[in-house]
Design a protein around this ligand. Structure first.
Ligand code: CUA
Length: 313
């Protein structure tokens, strides 16, 4: 069923089947030989060991055959892998991909941003991948592709989806506490559906009209909600629910103090997260978003935080 979901699937599947068949054969053959020999040549039946003479012929056979098999396995693996590293076709759709602790962001050529990868069926797609923090790895098992994302570098991977549907996309490199949150989907649409989705900006307009909706979108796109819940539950960081305008006990330079969650506090917590740590949480887990989230975006986040609190000012 997974034989032809991307342009790479078939070759990878074949090389897997070839290698798996060879090693299975040897696993079974060697195990049987061991058992037979253990029974047949046990000490009780053969109290006096027979001296073994060398055999050039036998040595050649058991060197040449495995060598051929190993080279064969290498060949099929190599031939399946090389096309993945080759340049994407010129007509590939380019998607800027950001992997970070702990979310995915996909940016299209027209500026559209999502946390799910949308692609059209039958068109090559190239992901240009970067990470602002640590090592991640993009893995789409159904497409048989995987590639590391290294901070300070751009790595590329491309594929051509062959069938509409939804397939898992996740991070395959342990990248910290919430590594498991880095799971999303590739949604493969028909060309027609994709074109519609691509130019559709009604969702953006709706968001702009609802108070706080843009702020929520920013929190989602930047992975904030992986660590800060919206419903009051305790995750890596404090929840956003009901904090605005209320008192909070924080630790500043080793001293405890109480302050009000206001604009200054929120802004500073985003730009310099280690300055004031809410009591009961751990320092050093959040990275600074200075230079990534603009003042305007922080204002939108604040508008959203107000919608989660009984205090509005
Ligand atoms: Cu990112 Cu694991």
């Amino acid at each position: 069923m997974y034989s032809n979901l991307s342009n790479f699937s078939e070759d990878i599947n074949n090389s897997f089947i070839i290698i798996f068949s060879i090693i299975s054969f040897f696993l079974i053959a060697i195990t049987i030989t061991i058992i037979v020999f253990v029974v047949k040549y046990r000490e009780k039946k053969n109290p006096v060991p027979t001296p073994i003479k060398g055999s050039v012929w036998l040595e050649i056979v058991w060197t040449v055959i495995p060598l051929g098999l190993v080279i064969g396995m290498f060949y099929y693996g190599w031939m399946a892998w090389i096309p993945m590293l080759s340049d994407a076709p010129d007509d590939a759709i380019e998607v800027k991909t950001t992997a970070r602790m702990w979310s995915w962001l996909f940016e299209y050529e027209n500026g559209k941003k999502t946390d799910t990868l949308y692609v059209p069926e039958g068109k090559p797609v190239e992901l240009q991948m970067t990470s602002p923090d640590v090592l991640h790895s993009l893995y789409i098992p159904a497409y048989r592709i995987k590639r590391d994302i290294v901070p300070g570098r751009t790595t590329n991977i491309w594929f051509e989806p062959r069938k509409t549907g939804e397939y898992d996309l996740f991070c395959a490199e342990y990248c910290g506490l919430q590594h498991a949150y880095m799971i999303t989907e590739v949604k493969v649409l028909t060309q027609e559906e994709f074109d519609k989705w691509y130019i559709d900006t009604t969702a953006v307009a709706e968001r702009a009209a609802t108070p706080g909706a843009e702020g929520l979108q920013i929190l989602r796109m930047n992975g904030c909600v992986a660590c800060h819940s919206l419903d009051g539950s305790k995750l890596v960081g404090p929840s956003y629910k009901g904090i605005w305008g209320h008192e909070v006990e924080v630790e500043t330079n080793g001293d405890k103090r109480t302050l009000i969650v206001d604009e200054e506090y929120v802004r500073n917590s985003i730009y310099k997260p280690d300055d004031d740590i809410v009591v009961g949480y751990t320092k050093g887990l959040m990275r600074s978003y200075e230079g990534e989230l603009t003042d305007e975006e922080v204002d939108k986040i604040i508008t959203y935080l107000k919608t989660l609190s009984d205090k509005k000012e």
